[in-house]
Design a protein around this ligand. Structure first.
Ligand SMILES: Cc1cc2nc3c(=O)[nH]c(=O)nc-3n(C[C@H](O)[C@H](O)[C@H](O)COP(=O)(O)O)c2cc1C
Length: 279
């Protein structure tokens, strides 16, 4: 409490307070040994409490900011282990088990994966894409072939996919070669997309600079006028799928004391071998 006007504001809100009754005897310097139940005391007390509340909220906010220090964040994993004997003979089947587990655990978008590519100057780039199909032949996502990732892949097909299933202390890391899916597969998937997403694929020359949000919206509006809801929207020629054929697939399971399980499948000429990696 430093300002009489603060005291007055608080006084007006104080229960049983008497507006305008603040006097010198009510000031904080009035250190009377015996408590006097003067209405002005309530004003001072209410103001003191308001100030304390504000300062404690500020402290809490400061504490919260401190608590966001990532170095201090430590999750303790106590999950069941992953043993060699439990693994499916092929990574595709093992992935299918874990993908179902991730979905059953209620993880948000368990099909979201981080795709990393390497550009012409050897520089890596990462972004999230959605897994849309998987089978023995590989993991499929759809994108714009002229995007940064598309151009990267055309120059260097080696990519990495990472499924970050933190909610169940698991991750899957795939390393492999990306190839365009056939046009028929792209068209079949494109038809399943909502109308708005179909138009969006035409409206965006992904990864190129745009002058403004308005430019994007106008382009979308002109496409919507040309292809109203229900119209057959063709798949853009520069848009389509990639299938990542895995060379290695690592299954990571968080365990206690950072002694995690890491089991990696590696493709050989005829089959898959499995090795355990140090965590
Ligand atoms: C959850 C999520 C899912 C995404 N799914 C896709 C996708 O399936 N295909 C795609 O091209 N971009 C997807 N994106 C956008 C990409 O992360 C990225 O911004 C875009 O593809 C351009 O990347 P690039 O410039 O590195 O090529 C997704 C983003 C998020 C956050």
């Amino acid at each position: 409490m430093s300002d009489a006007s603060d005291a007055h504001d608080a006084h007006d809100d104080a229960p049983g307070g008497v507006p305008g009754s603040t006097g010198p005897e009510a000031g904080p310097s009035d250190a009377a040994p015996v408590h006097r139940a003067h209405p002005a005391d309530y004003a001072v007390e209410a103001a003191r409490l308001a100030e304390a509340a504000a300062s404690s909220a500020e402290h809490a906010a400061r504490r919260a900011r401190r608590a966001l220090d990532p170095a201090a964040m430590r999750a303790h994993y106590r999950h069941e282990g992953l043993r060699e004997a439990d693994l499916a003979p092929e990574p595709f089947e093992q992935f299918a088990h874990w993908f179902h587990d991730a979905e059953a655990a209620g993880l948000h978008e368990p099909n979201a994966m981080v795709l990393s590519t390497v550009g012409p100057e050897g520089r890596p780039g990462s972004r999230t894409v959605l897994l849309k199909a998987y089978d023995r032949a590989g993991f499929v996502f759809f994108t714009h072939y002229g995007s940064r990732k598309g151009r990267d892949i055309e120059g260097n097909p080696w990519v990495s996919l990472l499924f970050p299933w933190h909610g169940i202390a698991r991750q899957v890391v795939v390393s492999g070669r990306a190839r365009r899916t056939g046009r028929a597969e792209t068209t079949a998937y494109f038809r399943t997309r909502p109308h708005g997403s179909q138009l969006g694929a035409w409206a965006s020359r992904q990864s190129s600079a745009v002058a403004s949000r308005e430019e994007l919206d106008e382009l979308y509006a002109s496409l919507a006028a040309r292809y109203p809801e229900g119209a057959d929207v063709p798949a853009p020629p520069e848009w389509g799928g990639y299938r990542v054929a895995p060379e290695t697939v690592e299954f990571w399971q968080g365990r206690e004391n950072r002694l995690h399980d890491r089991l990696r499948y590696r493709r050989t000429d005829t089959a898959w071998t499995i090795e355990r990696l140090a965590p």
